[in-house]
Design a protein around this ligand. Structure first.
Ligand code: HEM
Length: 214
């Protein structure tokens, strides 16, 4: 697929990304979310936050393996959908779980490690969403922008820990997320290592290899 074709694929992918929300609204209206609809909505929005985070992290490895350029055009949209579902997830917690009890919420965030991790994962996504525009990228400069956007790794790790710590019995699903994240981050680490190897000796070694002056 060439880069132009992405213009045609983007709208359907955008609409498909809203489907989980549409299904939740439909389930709520039809009263088919089970005995505890609030828990179902919290869990579903949490799952989709993590799904979109991992999807956006999968784009770079996909490009490096296939040499396709077009997935890069979807990365920002997927990252913003992760933030969108995280906002819904957090809003449901504030509204329907804590009933806007701000003091209780602060205690909850400080007291329960899985909530602390979720909160951390969410807070780290805020600067990424705010600086996701082309204009902000230019204002920050490429290198600084890239360094800032590495926070997505920390956010994803915190998101997975949040899930692992909240589950009391069957760890299969959170550990599957953890394994996928480990593969995605491991791939990056290997690529980084190979890049450093290919770019030759580190500058310190190069300096000592220089012939003495005079
Ligand atoms: C990037 C940020 C976050 C991610 C990726 C995330 C992800 C998840 C996931 C995957 C679940 C479990 C879904 C399931 O059981 O299928 C979950 C549940 C939950 N999350 Fe989050 N979450 C995030 C932020 C937060 C924040 C900021 C809070 C509140 C401060 C929060 C509170 C909760 C609660 C209360 C549950 C339900 C726990 C239960 O069912 O007992 N999460 N989250």
């Amino acid at each position: 697929m060439n880069l132009r074709a992405v213009h045609y694929y983007k709208p359907p992918i955008f609409i498909a990304s809203l489907l989980p929300l549409a299904l939740l609204v439909q389930g709520y209206v039809q009263d088919s979310l089970g005995a505890n609809p609030i828990e179902a909505i919290t869990r579903e929005t949490g799952d989709w936050t993590l799904n979109f985070l991992l999807l956006s992290l999968a784009i770079t490895p996909l490009r490096q393996i296939t040499h396709w350029q077009w997935p890069m055009r979807l990365r920002r949209m997927l990252g913003l959908f992760a933030f969108f579902y995280a906002c819904l997830h957090f809003a449901i917690y504030i509204w329907l779980d804590q009933f806007f009890d701000w003091k209780g919420m602060v205690y909850d965030i400080l007291d329960r490690p899985f909530i602390t991790m979720g909160f951390l994962a969410f807070v780290l996504l805020i600067p990424l969403a705010l600086t996701s525009t082309r204009g902000m990228m230019q204002r920050l400069g490429g290198q600084r922008w890239q360094r800032l956007h590495k926070l997505i790794y920390v956010s994803a790790i915190a998101g997975v820990l949040h899930y692992v710590w909240l589950v009391k019995a069957d760890l299969q699903e959170p550990l599957t997320y953890a394994a996928i994240l480990a593969v995605l981050l491991g791939f990056r680490a290997v690529m980084q290592y190979r890049k450093r190897q290919l770019s030759g000796q580190p500058p310190a070694n190069r300096a000592s290899a220089r012939p003495p002056a005079g």
